[in-house]
Design a protein around this ligand. Structure first.
Ligand code: PEP
Ligand code: MG
Length: 764
């Protein structure tokens, strides 16, 4: 009966608009927490919803917002870790759901808050990884009111909001400790720089160098020329707020799977009375508004700097970014000022979340001074369609701001201050590239399928898509990919404050499955670690993260996280041609252990009466040299192999795929690699199992003939490469390919293979 009174939980979790709406019209941090309490209690149909924040220094939980309990209790009720049911939920970092709370062991009675009448009790800890942030509690008079679904829903809401609530907590504690005081040419050889391509495309724009995108210098100059009033400052504040809210909405529309509340922390700062109040106070004391903004921003940057947590590096940038936006809106002349829109970023390194933000701010391109072309940042840039190149040219970091750059990530060049001729060329080539893209996207699916995937002599070859974000699906469809051969499920995990719950994952995965409409769908289970670090998980210091707690090792160590993901996949995959594969498998034992967990999850879901896919194909990625000697044993147990050459080359040749300094040693055509690939395909074929390739070798034209020659018939690649590879496959005669392949396999020296490559022997 209760379900009539309650809204669909899934809808709430999806309803980012509702969560973002929490910020609109909120006037302070406390008001923000209060809005969360109201929203949750309304949605859950609970009579009480309270939010407690946890303070590290005192090791206490403090009631900060409530709907339903006495408002006077806010700030007064304090609980030690483990004290009362709420304290236990925080201490043990697990939800506590009681049908008859006053009889539960650990119950603690507070006469001053008036909660004695509420017997149904659900407390869900708010955490970021191992960091305790607070507890969200809901209560009802009727006994036995909350069920397992409610627990899931409240967990999902707290995990979505954890990042923002943590920010609120930091700000509140800074505010409490507050003692705020009024403060007192390009060298020639830099013209054409060769570089490696991480994500293709072309862009012309002005350089935004290093941390300069947060620099207030230029704006300070612009602001000096005019007098501004307190009212001007307030107007700038309002415009900045609406701008951030609009950006959040836009990014949610474009990237709903990864962009959950990405600008929330900044929106929240603008609601912070201490932050904005300090500026207002200074302006009232006759400090000019630009000076007031800058001094408060600098003060906060310093305070965040002292908080000694890597994760807060990003928060410092958030504050700088707000300062810049406020000044931009105050000065009112956005033209010619250093906003990111249309710019080309030149930086030493970037986080994936920063790349997402930059993408939503309209950045045209990225030049990275470190990293590798198969790094995951490059992979994300491809999904976001941002041209990205890598070059070890630190002088680029000394370019004057605003220098014009032509980034040619088709040919692999950065042109600094390009001449008119170069720019004319850019216009022509760009028009051609765009025309090509338009034609591809106009291609009717049926026509593309007909043209599809047959060698010259008529052998069928499957071309599947690699996807990283939901937004990749439309490209896959546009080029008539025959399904998804690799879904890198970790991206929705990266830009977050905690592991997504089963329900949150289910929502994203279901969208993928629905879009594929019965076509093959291969989920690769979580592949984090290496260059995909989660801000909310403490890895400790790893000297060699690529050899550390990465991929399947992580999943098997954290089986709760693994199970939740597998359950979400199995539930979302109902009706799909579902495949599940594990990354970085090194032994038969590891594969069997992971496979057993999938089978257990199927059993559990069936016992729980939850609909799920009962017979997914279960396979593994071939990424480590260790599997070569046991490849037949693996072929017997697995349903399929997928060769991840990006890692396979890295581990086989001991070359860090993200290290530009050793890029020359990263050789997919090393004889050991070529021969190993054959060994894997032979093993799969002789056991009647499918094999595919999903690393970047699959989109490199030079290798297609060789791969066909060793018997590979399934390629999974970024959709943008599919039309070209389809044409290459179509031009290949298998007889000729086999003959060339034989010659290559007989080479035992890299230089001989290089020579054959130069002659185009690997090509069709
Ligand atoms: C690979 O290693 O080739 C692969 C496809 O996986 P990822 O690039 O995500 O590591
Ligand atoms: Mg890999």
């Amino acid at each position: 009966m209760r379900s009539f009174m309650k809204r669909n939980h899934t809808q709430l979790i999806c309803d980012i608009g509702e969560l973002v709406g929490l910020f609109v019209d909120t006037t302070s941090l406390e008001a923000f927490l209060q809005r969360i309490a109201v929203m949750v209690s309304e949605h859950m149909g609970s009579e009480v919803c309270s939010i407690y924040l946890f303070y590290d220094d005192t090791q206490e939980l403090v009631l900060k917002a409530t709907r339903g309990l006495k408002p006077e209790a806010i700030g007064k009720v304090r609980l030690r870790l483990g004290e009362g049911l709420t304290g236990i939920a925080m201490k043990e970092m697990r939800p506590i759901c009681e049908r008859n709370a006053s009889k539960a062991p650990g119950y603690r009675y507070f006469p001053e808050i008036g909660e004695e009448v509420y017997e149904s009790f659900l407390a869900v800890p708010i955490t970021r990884g191992q960091t305790r942030i607070g507890v969200l509690v809901i209560q009802n008079k009727r006994k036995d009111y909350f069920d397992a679904e409610d627990v899931q829903a409240v967990r999902a809401i707290s995990s979505q909001l954890a990042n923002t609530i943590e920010m609120a907590k930091v700000l509140i504690s800074l505010e409490e400790k507050r003692g705020y005081k009024t403060p007192g040419s390009v060298s020639d050889d830099l013209h054409h720089i060769p570089c490696r391509i991480g994500s293709t495309g072309m862009a012309v724009g002005r350089a935004i160098v290093g941390d300069e995108r947060y620099s207030l210098r230029e704006l300070k100059e612009a602001a000096r020329n005019k007098d501004y009033s307190l009212e001007d400052f307030r107007a700038a504040l309002r415009r900045t707020e609406s701008e951030l809210e609009a950006m959040q909405r836009q990014i949610e529309e474009k990237l709903e799977d990864v962009a959950s509340l990405i600008f929330a922390a900044q929106i929240l700062m603008l609601k912070d009375e201490a932050f904005v109040g300090a500026m207002t106070e200074l302006i009232r004391q006759e400090v000019s508004p630009p000076e007031a903004i800058m001094s408060v921003v600098e003060h906060y940057v310093q305070m965040f700097g002292k908080l000694s947590n890597d994760y807060l590096r990003e928060k410092r940038q958030d504050v700088q970014d707000i300062g810049k936006r406020l000044l931009l809106h105050l000065v009112g002349d956005r033209e010619g000022l250093q906003d990111c829109k249309g710019g080309i970023i030149i930086v030493q390194e970037l986080y994936p979340s920063e790349l997402l933000k930059l993408s939503s701010q309209g950045v045209q391109g990225v030049i990275l001074l470190s990293g590798g072309i198969t790094s995951h940042l490059s992979i994300l840039a491809r999904s976001l369609e941002i041209p990205l190149v890598i070059t070890e040219t630190p002088q680029l970091l000394r370019l004057p701001a605003g220098t014009q750059i032509f980034l040619d990530a088709e040919e692999g060049f950065v042109h600094v201050n390009p001449s008119k001729n170069v720019l004319d060329l850019f216009d022509k080539v760009k028009a051609k590239v765009q025309k090509g893209k338009r034609e591809t996207s106009k291609l009717p699916a049926a026509a593309a399928k007909k043209a599809a995937s047959k060698t010259r002599d008529g052998t069928r070859v499957q071309l599947l898509a690699n996807i990283n974000l939901l937004s990749d699906l439309k490209h896959a469809r546009a080029v008539a990919a025959q399904g998804v051969g690799l879904y890198r499920t970790e991206f929705p995990f990266i830009v977050r404050s905690d592991f997504p719950t089963e329900e949150e994952q289910y929502i994203v995965y279901k969208k993928v499955a629905d879009a594929l409409d019965g076509q093959e769908l291969t989920f690769r289970t979580l592949d984090i670690g290496g260059d995909k670090i989660l801000s909310y998980y403490d890895y400790g210091k790893e000297q060699n993260p690529f050899l550390g707690m990465r991929s399947i090792r992580f999943s098997l160590k954290h089986k709760d996280v693994f199970r939740q993901q597998v359950r979400a996949i199995l539930r979302a995959g109902v009706g799909a041609d579902l495949k599940i594969m594990f990354p970085m498998i090194s032994s038969l034992d590891e594969f069997l252990e992971a496979k057993a967990i999938v089978l257990e999850c199927i059993q559990d879901l069936s016992h729980e009466g939850i609909v799920c896919h009962k017979k997914p194909k279960i396979g593994l990625m071939i990424e480590l040299p260790a599997v070569l000697e046991i490849i037949d044993d693996l072929a017997q147990e697995a349903d399929f192999f997928s060769i991840g050459t990006n890692d396979f080359v890295q581990y086989m040749l001991a070359v860090d795929r993200t290290n530009e300094k050793v890029a020359e040693f990263y050789l997919p055509h090393h004889p050991s690699i070529l021969r190993s690939l054959k060994k894997v395909i032979d093993a799969a074929n002789s056991h009647g199992k499918e094999a595919s390739i999903c690393g970047d070798m699959a989109h490199d034209e030079r290798y297609i003939s060789y791969l066909l020659g060793i018997g590979l018939r399934r390629f999974s690649l970024d959709s943008s490469y599919i039309p070209r590879i389809r044409a290459v496959v179509g031009g290949t005669d298998l007889g000729e390919a086999a003959e060339k392949t034989g010659r290559l396999l007989r080479c035992n020296r890299i230089e001989d293979i290089d020579r054959l490559l130069k002659k185009g022997l690997l090509k069709t």
